[in-house]
Write a protein that binds this ligand. Structure first.
Ligand code: SAM
Length: 597
C-alpha cells in the first residue's frame, strides 16, 4: 500500500471516542452508546463521496487507494457513494476486487431511502429509481458479499411502512439523518415527525448506527451550540440534533427480561432438536420447564377436558385415566395433577418416556412429591408400549417450531392404540404456517458453509433482522385422534403469496415457519405471529432457506410448494419456488435434512 497517498477526505470520529475533531463534520451515534444490551460497535468510518466530486467511481485506482487508506487508519467501514447510471458495473467490478482482497473493511453502499412511486413522495425528493433496486443490483453484482452493507440517507419524506419494512431484512448498518429532516418544536429546537421517530426506534432495535449530517438549520440549536458560558463552548453545532436522537432512545421501553435473555440468539441458526432419535439433555429440559406459560395453557386444557368428561355428580366416584406421553422430567404430569385438584376430579396418571435419563429424574420427582399412588412411570417408546388399560385423555407435547417437525404425528399414531374410542387428545390439532422473508444475514450465514447440505436444511432461529414480505399462510394440519387408519402423514401444499404493491421489489431469502396448536376447544398455544401465545419462549421460528434468493416484484405472486415426506426410517420436507422464477427442488429424497424415526 502506498502510505504517501492521503485522500482529500475527512476522517470522521465517533462521538464515543470523546473527540469531536472537525467542526462541521457529521456526528455519529454508535449503537454501543445507546445501551449495553444493544450489540455492535462501529467507531469510525470514512466517507468516500468527496465533497469536490473528484472521486470518480469508475477509477479503480482512486477507489482502491481510498479504501487502502481507510484500512490503514484501522477504520471499520467505508461509506461508498451510490453508483450512478451506467457506471454501476464498473464500480461493482472494482468493489468486487477490493472485497476479494484480504482486508476486512466493511463497505457500506450509501443510498437514499426513497421509493419513487409512493403516493407520499413529493416531486423534489423523487429519485429516478427505487433505491432498493440500486442496492439490489449492486449486491447481486457482488454476489451477496457479507462485507457489503447499506447506509441509508434519510430524507424529509418517507416511503410507505411496507417499503421501509423490507430494509430491516437487509444488512443496513447506518442511517444518515439530514438536519433538514428535523422539524422545529415550540422551543425552537429540533424534533422529528411521528413517522421519523418510529423509524429511528426501528433503527435502534436493529442496532443501526445513526449519523446526523448537514448544517445546523435550527437557530435555537445554533445559539445553544455557540453558547460561550463555559460548558457549551466545545459543543458541536449538530449536538442538539444528536441529543434529540439520544432522547428518543431514552424514551424507549426497556426490553422485557425474556427478550434480553434471548439477545444472544437473535438471527443465530440452530439445528432443530431430534427428540425422537436423540435423547434430550438435562439443560434442554430445564429450559422447557422455565416456560410457565406453556404449562398454564396445558393445565387449562386438561381442566376443561376433565370437566367435560366427568359431570359434577360423578366427580367423587369416577377416576379418569390420563397418560402423559413424552413426559420428560414431569412438568405435564404436574400440570395435569394441578388441573385435577382445581376441578375436583380424580386422576390416575401414566407417565411414558423413552429417555432413560429423564426417567431417572421423573422417579425422583414422583417420590419427592409423594405421587406414588397416582402416577405410574413407564420407561418406553410410546409407539411400542403395551398399555395395561386404555386412556381417557392423552396429553403430549411433541411439537417443533413447525408443528409436526419433531414427529408428533408419527408418535401419536403409536399412542392412539391405547386411547379409548371416545378419548381426548391434548393437543387435538396443530397447523404449520409459512411466510416469505428477506433475511440477508441468515442467507449469508447459510452460504458461509459453502455446501448444498446447509442450503437444504431447516434451522430454528430467533428471527430479528428479517422482513416479513406477506402474511403467513397455513401449510399442514394434523388432528388427533385420527378417525381413520387410512389417513397418512404425508402432505403436500401449494401456496401463493401476494407481495403488497406498496412494498416495492424485495428479495426472498427463504421462508419463516411457525405453528399453532389447539390443545382443547378454545385453549390454544403457538408462535404464529398474529395469534402467538404471549410470553411463551419454548419455541423460536424455523427458517427454510433458498439456495438462490428470488427477487419479487410489487403485486406479484410468489408460488411455493412444500411437501412432507415419510420413509421407513425418516421424515423430511422438500420445497421449491415455481414463480416468479423456478428454484431448484430443495432436499430431494431428504438427501440433506431429515428427522429420524
Ligand atoms: C419436547 S419434550 C417435552 C417434555 C415434557 N413434556 C415437557 O414439557 O417438558 C418431548 C419429550 O417426549 C419424549 N419422546 C419423544 N418421542 C417419544 C416416544 N416415541 N416415546 C416416548 N417418549 C418420547 C422425549 O424424550 C422428550 O422427553
Amino acid at each position: 500500500m502506498d502510505h504517501s497517498y492521503r485522500p482529500s477526505l475527512v476522517q470522521k470520529d465517533a462521538l464515543g471516542s470523546g473527540v469531536l475533531p472537525f467542526a462541521g463534520s457529521d456526528l455519529v451515534l454508535s449503537p454501543s452508546q445507546w445501551s449495553s444490551h444493544v450489540v455492535g460497535k462501529i467507531s469510525s468510518w470514512i466517507d468516500l463521496d468527496s465533497e469536490d466530486e473528484t472521486l470518480r467511481i469508475d477509477s479503480e485506482t482512486t477507489l482502491k487507494q481510498e479504501i487502502a487508506w481507510a484500512s490503514h487508519l484501522s477504520l471499520q467501514a467505508c461509506l461508498l457513494p451510490a453508483p450512478k447510471g451506467t457506471s454501476c458495473a464498473n464500480y461493482a467490478r472494482c468493489v468486487n476486487q477490493i472485497l476479494q482482497g484480504s482486508n476486512n473493511m466493511q463497505l457500506w453502499l450509501r443510498v437514499p431511502l426513497v421509493k419513487p412511486d409512493d403516493d407520499s413522495m413529493d416531486a423534489k425528493s423523487v429519485a429516478l429509481v427505487d433505491s432498493w433496486e440500486t442496492w439490489n443490483s449492486f449486491r447481486l453484482l457482488c454476489e451477496h458479499h457479507s462485507q457489503l452493507s447499506v447506509a441509508l440517507d434519510i430524507l424529509s419524506t418517507l416511503p410507505s411502512p411496507n417499503s421501509l419494512g423490507r430494509w430491516f431484512g437487509e444488512p443496513v448498518r447506518a442511517a444518515i439523518l439530514h438536519t433538514d429532516c428535523f422539524l422545529t418544536n415550540s422551543h425552537g429546537c429540533p424534533c422529528l415527525s411521528k413517522r421519523h421517530q418510529s423509524l429511528i426506534t426501528g433503527f435502534f432495535n436493529h442496532s443501526i448506527q445513526i449519523i446526523v449530517s448537514g448544517n445546523s438549520v435550527h437557530p435555537k440549536a445554533s445559539v445553544d451550540a455557540n453558547d460561550n458560558s463555559g460548558t457549551n463552548s466545545q459543543r458541536h453545532p449538530l449536538r442538539p440534533y444528536l441529543d434529540y436522537i439520544g432522547y428518543l432512545y431514552q424514551r424507549m421501553d426497556p426490553l422485557p427480561e425474556q427478550e434480553r435473555f434471548e439477545l444472544g440468539y437473535r438471527d443465530f441458526l440452530q439445528s432443530p432438536l431430534q427428540p425422537l432419535m436423540d435423547n434430550l439433555e438435562a439443560q434442554t429440559y430445564e429450559t422447557f420447564e422455565r416456560d410457565a406459560v406453556k404449562y398454564i395453557q396445558y393445565q387449562r386444557a386438561v381442566s376443561k377436558a376433565l370437566l367435560d368428561r366427568v359431570p359434577d355428580e360423578e366427580a367423587s366416584v369416577k377416576t379418569i385415566v390420563l397418560m402423559v406421553v413424552g413426559a420428560g422430567r414431569g412438568p405435564l404430569v404436574r400440570a395435569s395433577l394441578q388441573a385435577a385438584e382445581e376441578t375436583g376430579r380424580k386422576l390416575k396418571v401414566y407417565a411414558v418416556e423413552k429417555n432413560p435419563n429423564a426417567v431417572v429424574t421423573l422417579h425422583a420427582l414422583v417420590k419427592l412429591e409423594g405421587w406414588e399412588d397416582t402416577v405410574t412411570i413407564v420407561s418406553s417408546d410410546m409407539r411400542h408400549w403395551s398399555a395395561p388399560e386404555k386412556a381417557d385423555i392423552l396429553v403430549s407435547e411433541l411439537l417443533g417450531s413447525f408443528g409436526d417437525n419433531e414427529l408428533s404425528p408419527e408418535c401419536l399414531d403409536g399412542a392412539q392404540r391405547f386411547l379409548k374410542q371416545d378419548g381426548i387428545s391434548i393437543p387435538s390439532s396443530y397447523t404449520s404456517f409459512l411466510q416469505p422473508v428477506t433475511a440477508s444475514k441468515l442467507y449469508n450465514d447459510v452460504k458461509a458453509h459453502k455446501d448444498l447440505v446447509h442450503f437444504e436444511t431447516a434451522y430454528v432461529v430467533k428471527m430479528h433482522n428479517v422482513a416479513k414480505l406477506a402474511p403467513t399462510q397455513p401449510v399442514f394440519t394434523f388432528t388427533h385422534p385420527k378417525h381413520s387408519d387410512k389417513e397418512i402423514n404425508q402432505r403436500y401444499k401449494k401456496l401463493n403469496f401476494i407481495i403488497p404493491n406498496d412494498t416495492g421489489s424485495a428479495m426472498v431469502h427463504g421462508f419463516a415457519g411457525y405453528f399453532d396448536a389447539t390443545l382443547y376447544k378454545d385453549v390454544h398455544l403457538g408462535i404464529e405471529p398474529s395469534t402467538a401465545t404471549p410470553n411463551m419462549f419454548s419455541w423460536f421460528a424455523i427458517f427454510f432457506p433458498l439456495r438462490t434468493p428470488i427477487c419479487v416484484d410489487p403485486g406479484s405472486t410468489l408460488e411455493v410448494h412444500f411437501w412432507r415426506c415419510c420413509g421407513s426410517t425418516k421424515v423430511w420436507y422438500e420445497w421449491c419456488v415455481a414463480s416468479p422464477a423456478s428454484s431448484p427442488m430443495h432436499n430431494s429424497n431428504g438427501r440433506s435434512y431429515w428427522v429420524g424415526l
